[in-house]
Design a protein around this ligand. Structure first.
Ligand code: SF4
Length: 157
């Protein structure tokens, strides 16, 4: 006989959140299926925010997916970095700690060695989908990666 306690039904917000995160991941999968050749070889050049003068902006759904990646990597908060690089760049290995959950910008704004950034027209439909998720979660548009992920981690406490 199965003695497991019955699962409590999800709250409406938990259901909405689950659907939203699934949609963000579906966008990432759709991007990977696009017939645009890009070859990220994890040189991590795009992760050097201060050096490049560029920091990715994340919608709320992306930040929540990234925060789940941080937790899955065994961390509860973002590590401090004095060099202005992405806080998700592992200080010892020099690798992205959340590569499978990295945000859309990290997938589309590749360094020249990887083929350069996607043209907006190649991904605008996917951007719209992320914006819809953002709106459904009460987000307010893109936020810079460190603040966006830190806020999402705080929310998960
Ligand atoms: S999330 Fe990962 S891929 Fe994106 S900038 Fe940070 S370390 Fe680089």
């Amino acid at each position: 006989m199965d003695m497991k306690a019955p699962r409590r039904p999800l709250t409406p917000y938990a259901e909405k959140l689950s659907a939203a995160l699934a949609e963000v991941r579906a966008v990432y999968e759709e991007l990977a299926r696009r017939p645009v050749v890009r070859q990220c070889t994890r040189q991590t050049l795009c992760c050097q925010f201060k050096l490049n003068g560029l920091t990715p902006y994340l919608t709320r759904g992306e930040a929540l997916v990234a925060a789940r990646g941080v937790r899955a990597a065994g961390r509860k908060a973002l590590p401090e970095r004095a060099d202005g690089a992405c806080p998700l760049l592992h200080p010892q290995t020099g690798r992205c700690m959340i590569y499978a959950d990295r945000p859309f910008g990290c997938r589309t704004h590749f360094c020249p060695a990887a083929g350069g950034p996607y043209a907006r027209g190649e991904v605008v439909d996917l951007i719209r989908r992320l914006e819809q998720v953002d709106a459904s979660l009460g987000g307010n548009g893109g936020r810079m990666l460190p603040g966006a992920v830190a806020a999402a981690l705080e929310e998960m406490k």
